[in-house]
Structure formats: structure tokens, C-alpha cells
Design a protein. Structure first.
Length: 56
């Protein structure tokens, strides 16, 4: 039973990770990074920029 509880605690900690906001990049930087990841089979993190049009 304690193994199950420990496993659940680890999953909860993983879910609670907060990633910091990434700096905005210009399209040329994004293109360069994407090309590099394809040629070298790298993993990247993508942050979507979302605008809330209901807020004035």
C-alpha cells in the first residue's frame, strides 16, 4: 500500500510543475530552431501565444 501512495505522490509532484514563460521569438528564430531540430532530431518545447479578445 505504501508503494502505491508513494507512486501517487510522485505523479502529483510531476503534475504540479510550473514551467516559466519563455521569451518571445521572431519568426526567423523560430524557423531556424525548427530546422535544426529536424536535422538533428532534437526535442523542443513550444509555448503558444494566446490572446484573449474578450478582455479590453
Amino acid at each position: 500500500m505504501s508503494e502505491h501512495t508513494a507512486s501517487m505522490d510522485q505523479e502529483t509532484k510531476k503534475a504540479a510543475i510550473i514551467y516559466p514563460k519563455k521569451p518571445k521569438q521572431i519568426p526567423e528564430e523560430i524557423d531556424q530552431i525548427l530546422q535544426l531540430t529536424v536535422t538533428k532530431t532534437l526535442v523542443i518545447a513550444v509555448q503558444k501565444e494566446i490572446l484573449d479578445k474578450t478582455v479590453f
